[in-house]
Design a protein around this ligand. Structure first.
Ligand code: SAH
Length: 361
């Protein structure tokens, strides 16, 4: 494959600088298409890869919600960006507790990467469920839906605008002396309000909001619930959260296009607003720690430890600590959980009933 850096150079030489959004899109397609980025030998490790308890508890969450919405049959069990398929495999194993659910559920994986589709096929081969793959949510057949997305929304491209004396100018990627460099579009964005502080960065997650809008319309019309787990914050906030990770370390986002994972932190308020505008009810957000503790992760750890060797028991304790670690950079606090449902479902397990959404902005 022609290195992406070379392709970007000729593209920019021909057409001029590209937006950060287009840059992210090109890099991410390249990055995910050909590799398995997860685990110790890869670039980053996610919650389902840390412990089976993560997927199991989400499986029990789904069973409860399925009950609460009247045990629909058929029911679409959907995952956005399933990685290695680990979360789905753990979720389905936990869901075996309820044979009626098993009879009603069909599994739908929204995944663009051929390499990861292979991994998912292997992970779910013995699950006993029919599994279908889709390029987007719109391809999942209609019907009541139970959906989960862990570290999916952070992997979608965002636009960035920088506050200048002229107004909000879009951040671009162009060619410098010896490589790619960030720059700004000269003309400010005419439909954004005047910035308050020079140098602020506004991130606009158009792709994530569009997925949430489609998802929420689906839930509002056909019933169901979605669980979104990701690192992020409750906006508004003004900062550059674009980051590149390779071999479990941060690298320069422009250094090796397509070879490092590019992400941004998710603004849950924007996603909640998009969901609410599209007719869904929003539950949460909560921190991952509060959510997992409310679902009983400590009890689950204790019960798994009863059947474990001392070494395995210590591993379970470490996994529990890692998934629920507090502090600004601890997974339990940095990661947030938000659920979306049809309006008539007043609560879901593990999350506060509603979020403090402002009037439409
Ligand atoms: N949920 C998994 C993997 C997270 S990595 C886990 O928690 O381990 C992000 C996942 O989203 C990968 O599976 C990647 O291939 C997929 N992905 C990224 N962009 C996508 C897109 N636009 N559409 C569908 N899947 C995408």
């Amino acid at each position: 494959m022609r290195p992406l850096a070379e392709h970007l150079r000729s593209l920019i030489a021909l057409e001029g600088p590209v937006t950060v959004e287009r840059y992210m899109d090109l890099c991410l397609r390249h990055y995910y298409a050909a590799r398995d980025p997860l685990g110790a030998a890869g670039d980053f490790t996610t919650a389902p890869e840390i412990s089976q308890m993560f997927g199991e508890l989400i499986g029990l969450w789904m069973l409860e919600v399925w009950h609460a919405i009247g045990r629909p049959n058929p029911c679409r069990v959907v995952e956005l960006g399933p990685g290695r398929g680990t979360l789905m495999a753990d979720l389905l194993r936990a869901a075996r507790l309820l044979p009626d659910f098993r009879a009603a559920a069909s599994v739908h994986l929204v995944e663009t990467s051929p390499a990861l589709r292979q991994r998912q096929r292997a992970a779910l081969a013995s699950s006993g469920y029919r599994v279908d793959w889709h390029g987007g949510l719109a391809e999942v057949p209609p019907g009541p839906t139970l959906l989960v997305g862990n570290e999916f929304f952070d992997a979608l491209p965002v636009r960035q605008f920088v506050a200048t004396e002229r107004g909000w100018c879009e951040r671009l990627v162009g060619l410098g002396g010896d490589g790619l460099v960030f720059g700004l579009r000269a003309e400010p964005e005419s439909d954004l309000p005047t910035p308050l502080r020079l140098g602020d960065v506004l991130e606009w997650p158009a792709a994530a909001m569009s997925v949430v809008t489609d998802l929420s319309r689906r839930l509002a019309g056909q019933g169901g619930a979605a669980l979104i787990v990701d690192y992020g914050y409750w906006g508004p906030a003004f900062g550059d959260t674009l980051q590149a990770v390779k071999n479990h370390a941060f690298v320069d986002p422009l250094q090796e296009p397509g070879a490092a994972d590019l992400t941004t932190h998710v603004d849950f308020r924007r996603l909640a607003q998009a969901a609410s505008d599209a007719g869904a009810r929003v539950h949460g957000p909560s921190t991952q720690a509060d959510f997992l503790l409310a679902l009983g992760i400590e009890t689950r750890t204790a019960s798994l430890k009863q059947r474990a060797t001392p070494g395995q028991g210590a591993g379970l304790d470490r996994a529990l600590a890692r998934l629920t670690e507090r502090g600004r950079t601890g997974m339990g606090e940095l990661f947030k959980v938000l659920a979306l449902t049809r309006k008539d479902l007043e609560s879901v397990p593990g999350l506060p009933a509603s979020s403090p959404l402002p009037a439409k902005t």
